[in-house]
Design a protein around this ligand. Structure first.
Ligand SMILES: *Cc1c(COP(=O)(O)O)cnc(C)c1O
Length: 360
């Protein structure tokens, strides 16, 4: 068996310990004679799995009792619709456009009401986070929406916007559990799990309880009401059992490493190695303004598309996979999520340094 260093933006690298444990339990989960994929979601065995996953997540994120945790399907993209369906009582919301995912969320919300662009960084290819200290917040806005870490462009909100008292809704798909989150600052904090937490196919939404009501937009399908899911403990219908199980293992893995503060320190250390190299490199450069850099997604270029392509191909041969940048940006992108070991980042920088010597 040989594993590569996988820099994919998502689905992405998972902790080896978690994969090994799941493999061991595949034929016979804790003496019940079947795998978790084969058991009823109504069984006591599975109820324990989901309860423990929720309890561990609550402990990790220090989620107050006044918030619900929902394990939902449809990925982060279905939340782009579910959020306005449940929250847009005045049919107005403010969106801060910092990349493709925020833009898609804004476009979807426009189906349901007046979705304002409160700020945008599109003028410079989303390479920075706009100043959000004094935005023209619509007095009628039901919420203010951000994408906290921009997976494609590699920017991150290092401080949250001033919403002038409005509810904050945040997509944290690509920075979920990468550092402590102050849950009380959000109305909804949610993320697709396939970037930093688990396998593809699930989104975790942490929602302030008072926002979960029957007062939704007319025509909202039963399954799209947060209340339906909350009342049924995320099991109104068959949930993504496998994903809940693996995410539960990842939560325990993070706990074993010391929790989210320890995760943050680990991630800062890894990112620093890569950014320090980029800052002194004569061949490569990062594409994001320094103060808004993400700890998770690091885009960089040589400035020569052909050389970029050669770099990606040669890196692959050296066991460094999925370094090609998103099709909308080009160049390279190294996603260095929680489960990417320090050694992976060191190997990447070593390879970049050799490539630079050969091509300068
Ligand atoms: C990947 C991603 C999405 C889309 O996730 P899906 O689960 O594929 O719908 C949304 N937002 C962000 C920030 C992402 O990185």
């Amino acid at each position: 068996m040989s594993r590569v260093y996988n820099f994919s933006a998502g689905p992405a690298v998972l902790p080896e310990e978690v994969l090994r444990e799941a493999a061991e339990e595949m034929m016979d989960y804790r003496g019940c004679g079947m795998s978790v994929m084969e058991m009823s979601h109504r069984s006591k065995m599975f109820q324990n799995i989901i309860d423990e996953a929720e309890a561990d997540l609550r402990e990790l994120m220090q989620i107050p009792d006044t918030y619900k945790v929902l394990f939902l399907q449809g990925g982060a993209s279905l939340q782009f619709a579910q959020i306005p369906m449940n929250l847009m009582k005045n049919r107005v919301a403010d969106y801060i456009i910092t990349g493709n995912w925020a833009k898609k969320a804004w476009q979807e919300a426009s189906i349901y009401g007046k979705a304002n662009k409160a700020a945008s960084s599109e003028d410079r290819t989303f390479s920075y986070i706009p100043d959000c200290s004094d935005l023209p917040i619509d007095p009628e806005a039901d919420y203010v929406y951000i994408c906290e870490n921009n997976t494609i462009y590699g920017t991150k909100f290092h401080s949250l916007p001033n919403t002038k008292g409005k509810l904050l809704v945040s997509d944290v798909s690509s920075c979920f559990l990468s550092e402590p989150h102050d849950v009380e600052k959000y109305g909804i904090i949610y993320g697709g799990v396939q970037k930093n937490v688990g396998p593809a196919g699930m989104v975790i939404a942490v929602i302030r309880e008072d926002l979960i009501t029957d007062d939704v937009l007319p025509g909202t399908p039963t399954m799209m009401k947060y209340k339906t899911q909350a009342d049924a403990g995320s099991m109104y219908n068959t949930p993504n059992c496998w994903d809940i199980y693996i995410c539960g293992k990842v939560f325990k893995w993070i706990q074993s490493l010391g929790g989210l503060q320890a995760m943050k320190e680990r991630n800062e250390k890894k990112a620093k190695i890569l950014y320090d190299f980029l800052d002194q490199s004569s061949l490569f450069r990062g594409t994001v303004v320094r103060e808004d850099r993400s700890l998770m997604n690091v885009p960089f270029v040589t400035g020569d598309a052909e050389l970029d392509a050669r770099f990606v191909a040669e890196a692959k041969k050296a066991g460094l996979e999925n370094l090609k940048g998103h099709r909308s940006v080009g160049g390279m992108r190294a996603s260095i999520y929680n489960a990417m070991p320090l050694e992976g980042v060191e190997a990447l920088v070593k390879f970049m340094s050799e490539f630079e010597k050969e091509n300068c």
